[in-house]
Unconditional design. Structure first.
Length: 415
């Protein structure tokens, strides 16, 4: 099945709204073995909408449209589809009643303009919208197997309708089911990952392997398609085990989760309390966990001890240590995490001290030198790291490294 996606809305072209619908649909469709060949974005212009709709209908079996289903005069998607296919527009009483009911839920009277949302190309299969006032619909192209799936623009509404109606319809129609797993890989670059798996990549037939790099994580997609029921899953699982046999310590998830979410789940599952004391990262490490729901179950506290005085006052770093070894050292890092653990009584404590730059570095302690300390149930380990890049890059790489070290520590206790 070949699919094209036509996103409609002048606000998309002007950058006022990000087109997340196209990426969502492409991702979901690819998971079902359905190929997306085109993405078009067009403003609220009848001529241009029709031009791109015709182009997609020539090349694709199914065309998805998003947007243009509102009550205003520039919401013209259904009318353009009807005109393109030579169909009339008819009013659906069921949809009109539901729209009125939705307004009634909020103690409002439906404006007359919303009646437009209850009109559809004749013969359309209408899909109720439980999250908004604009129903969706599917319109079949006469004398062909082609269809136009007309979805609302608001992502919440579009996703709801896709998951409630469209997914099952497509799975029934598509005969080439697909199964994928996404491995989240940390502390290895994309080229290193590819080198480790080069023979698998060059000889791949089914499953296929593809790597995607971004923001400290390499995402490895393993996909199998076209096999008998259950065989796609088996083929993918076997390849996952092969990959893990080569770079297993760097694979933190097989469903694409970021490392911070993986660690938080582990902490909650193991019922471990954690605290942080940070200098050059200024609380970014603790925030990487705190930003996720459920973090209150495991996070005790977070300190930013940027000055030497704060290190002494808050976590008991000795002034002699600072004078002898400096703030950026194994010794200071060790005393920071030791003092934090003693102060809080947590199961796990993490400390960070370093030179993020762009100034402050010396020959002995250059920009990018960072020490990370981990206290785990009485044992303390400190790690020296050398990062490159600007200030934000050093900070981001420090956080990712600290998360990976923490992940390694947690997994070493469960293996």
């Amino acid at each position: 099945m070949k699919v094209g996606i036509l996103a409609i809305g002048t606000e998309l072209l002007m950058g006022q709204t990000v087109n997340t619908n196209a990426s969502y649909l492409s991702r979901e469709l690819s998971e079902m073995g359905i190929s997306v060949f085109y993405h078009y974005t067009v403003g609220d212009n009848p001529g241009r909408i029709q031009l791109h709709l015709n182009a997609l209908l020539e090349q694709c079996d199914t065309v998805f449209t998003t947007g243009g289903l509102g009550p205003t005069l520039d919401d013209i998607t259904k009318e353009i589809v009807a005109d393109t296919l030579g169909l009339g527009m008819v009013m659906d009483q069921h949809s009109l009643d539901r729209i009125k009911e939705r307004f009634g839920m909020f103690n409002k009277i439906m404006p007359e303009s919303n009646i437009r949302q209850a009109y559809f190309p004749e013969g359309a299969t209408i899909l109720d919208n439980d999250c908004g006032t604009a129903p969706a619909c599917i319109v079949s192209v006469k004398d062909s197997d082609k269809n136009i799936v007309i979805l609302p623009g608001p992502p919440k509404e579009m996703k709801h309708i896709f998951e409630k109606y469209i997914r099952s319809l497509l799975l029934e129609k598509n005969q080439h089911a697909m199964h994928s797993k996404y491995l989240s890989i940390y502390d290895l670059g994309e080229s290193t990952v590819e080198d480790a798996l080069l023979d698998l990549v060059t000889s791949q037939t089914n499953p296929t392997i593809a790597t995607y790099a971004g923001d400290g994580k390499v995402l490895l997609r393993i996909t199998s398609s076209g096999l008998e029921k259950g065989m796609n899953e088996l083929a993918v699982d076997e390849m996952v085990e092969t990959v893990k046999s080569r770079i297993g310590s760097h694979v933190v998830s097989d469903n694409g989760d970021d490392i911070d979410k993986v660690i938080l789940k582990m902490l909650i599952h193991q019922k471990l309390r954690i605290a942080f004391v940070e200098s050059c990262t200024g609380g970014l490490l603790s925030y990487s966990l705190i930003k996720n729901p459920g973090s209150s179950e495991v996070i005790d506290s977070s300190l930013v001890t940027y000055s030497n005085e704060a290190k002494i006052r808050e976590v008991g770093v000795k002034s002699e240590t600072l004078q002898t070894y400096g703030a950026v050292s194994h010794q200071t890092c060790h005393e920071m995490v030791s003092g934090l653990a003693a102060k809080t009584g947590v199961d796990i404590a993490v400390s960070i001290t370093g030179v993020a730059g762009p100034t402050g570095g010396t020959r002995e302690k250059p920009v990018g030198l960072v020490y990370i300390g981990i206290f785990y149930k009485g044992e303390i380990l400190t790690f020296e790291n050398h990062f490159t890049g600007d200030r934000e890059t050093v900070q981001r790489r420090t956080v990712l490294k600290a998360l990976k070290l923490l992940y390694d520590r947690l997994t070493s206790q469960t293996n």
